[in-house]
Ligand binder design. Structure first.
Ligand SMILES: Cc1cc2nc3c(=O)[nH]c(=O)nc-3n(C[C@H](O)[C@H](O)[C@H](O)COP(=O)(O)OP(=O)(O)OC[C@H]3O[C@@H](n4cnc5c(N)ncnc54)[C@H](O)[C@@H]3O)c2cc1C
Length: 470
């Protein structure tokens, strides 16, 4: 328990709002909501499962009046600790709000509650011939609310963009309980400030997202998947910018040799001997476009000297097996070490070879395993620094590696996070990328929305420089 313990009279009032079955302080329940994908653990004082915007409004009015900390949570798959109750208080789990309220085929919009699983929306949209493109590798188990709060991206971002590009409007419950509606349900709209965009990527620090209006597209009829084996990482990464200068793939992913090793059993076919890195490339569209694009891409790749192999998936099952392997890298990496620092840095595409070469040298110099994979088409590289936190030397070297990685990313004109957000794991590094003016404007925005700092404190902003919670 922490300083922010929820007093028993408040617990009684909360139970009246949501019903006693939707509030818990049982130790075994608190443990279930104490961690996320960072594998760090902070025990909340209580966990609440509201069922409507009105209930959330009442909870926040009460929390605001009593200065009780509230931490919104979707599926808890976040990679930067955003859903962790680092200051205790009330974890608010949004998974009961899981209805797809509307899929409008002809206006191509969906209205959903935040607890909808991303993959479920994708499937339901497809039934109407529509496509919701954002596809974080966690799409089968993360929520749309978490996606909007983090501005999640995925493999298809190289062609289709990220969650921000599909979020048209929001219903948000503000920290004082007021309900705010932002944005539009139309293809365009410029009335007033773009508050929708402010909430996208705000990591649960400005308000609770309770309804989300999303743009949909017509579903592409076909796709073709290519697997390109290269003899070196440099060869793979230097191909990326050249492919994109003359082709329009919908995905362009890469995996280094360690990533390939840990998912080798998931791959549909054995890799050609000597493969040191793999590019996974897809094109999509109608049948004719896909045939043309595939043909052009194949000719381009076959003319490339020194590639070990270029294979096209022969059927949907084979393509899905390749994707399954790609999506398994993150969870499977724990076979290397019990812990990891997982960064999702971004550099301009032409700088990917420099960044990857830097991580390889860093790994050798510090004597720790560092491997890379990710959304090469966006320059968004997942750098995985593997360690055992019980081993003090490894921990020290992993922290050094993270600092040096960030410095190099910024030197290469990159950014510290492409999709995972800041949360607690990058908060201390924010001043490396943002100047004082940007930081102060952001802090003032937070104060404007949440003067008592009850909503998800301890996230995004470095604590030391402010001397405050947030
Ligand atoms: C195996 C694996 C692969 C992944 N791959 C990707 C990837 O390819 N791309 C990517 O972008 N991410 C990826 N992630 C990270 C993660 O899945 C995303 O950040 C996702 O958007 C988090 O959704 P969630 O529902 O789990 O949110 P949570 O982890 O529960 O919460 C994340 C943040 O959102 C806030 N939040 C949640 N719901 C709300 C709400 N309704 N209102 C306000 N704030 C809210 C929380 O407070 C927290 O700050 C991956 C994670 C795993 C485990």
């Amino acid at each position: 328990m922490t300083d922010n313990q929820v007093p028993s009279d408040i617990l009684k009032k909360l139970a009246v709002i949501v019903g006693p079955q939707n509030l818990t302080t049982a130790r075994e329940d608190l443990l279930c909501y104490s961690y996320d994908s960072t594998a760090q653990e902070y025990i909340p004082d209580a966990v609440i499962f509201p069922g409507s915007s009105q209930e959330i409004s009442s909870i926040l009015q009460l929390a605001d009046a009593s200065s009780i900390v509230v931490v919104p949570r979707g599926a808890g798959t976040g990679m930067t600790g955003g859903a962790l109750p680092v200051k205790g208080g009330l974890v608010m789990v949004l998974t009961r709000l899981n209805r797809i309220l509307e899929i409008d085929k002809y206006n191509q919009v969906a209205v959903v509650e935040p607890g909808v699983i991303t993959g479920h929306l994708k499937e339901e949209a497809k039934k109407s011939g529509l496509f919701y493109p954002p596809d974080p590798s966690s799409f089968k188990f993360c929520t749309i609310g978490g996606n909007v709060a983090e501005c999640a991206g995925g493999a298809s971002a190289v062609k289709y963009g990220v969650t921000r590009d599909y979020t048209l409007g929001l219903e948000v419950v503000l920290p004082d309980g007021r309900i705010l509606n932002t944005g539009v349900k139309t293809a365009k709209g410029v009335v007033g400030y773009d508050l929708t965009r402010l909430f996208v990527g705000s990591e649960g620090t400005l308000g609770i997202l309770t309804k989300i209006i999303l743009k949909l597209l017509p579903h592409p009829a076909c796709r073709a998947t290519f697997q390109v084996s290269t003899a070196s990482m440099q060869q793979a990464t230097s191909l990326v910018a050249r492919i994109l200068s003359s082709h329009q793939p919908c995905t362009l992913e890469f995996m280094d040799k360690t990533a390939l090793h840990i998912v080798s059993t998931f791959l549909p076919n054995p890799l050609p001997t000597g493969t040191k890195a793999l590019l996974l490339i897809e094109v999509d569209g109608d049948a004719q476009t896909v045939a043309l694009q595939s043909d052009r891409l194949m000719k381009f790749l076959q003319a490339e000297p020194g590639l070990i192999g270029v294979q096209r998936a022969t059927n949907e099952k084979e393509a899905e097996a390749l994707w399954s392997a790609r999506r398994s890298i993150s969870p499977a990496s724990f076979e290397l070490k019990p812990h990891k620092i997982n960064e999702d840095v971004v550099v301009p595409r032409t700088k990917i070879p420099d960044l990857v070469a830097f991580t390889e040298l860093l790994s050798v110099e510090l004597g720790i395993t560092i491997f890379t994979f990710g959304h090469a088409g966006d320059g968004n590289i997942h750098v995985n620094i593997m360690l055992d936190r019980e081993n003090s030397l490894e921990k020290e070297n992993a922290d050094i590696a993270k600092k040096r990685l960030f410095a190099e990313v910024l030197r290469l004109s990159g950014t510290l996070s492409g999709e995972h957000g800041v949360g607690i794991t990058k908060a201390d590094y924010l001043p490396l990328e943002l100047d004082e003016t940007a930081l102060s404007v952001m802090r003032n925005l937070k104060k404007l929305f949440d003067p008592k700092n009850i909503l998800n404190p301890g996230k995004i902003f470095p604590e030391q420089s402010s001397g405050k919670n947030n």
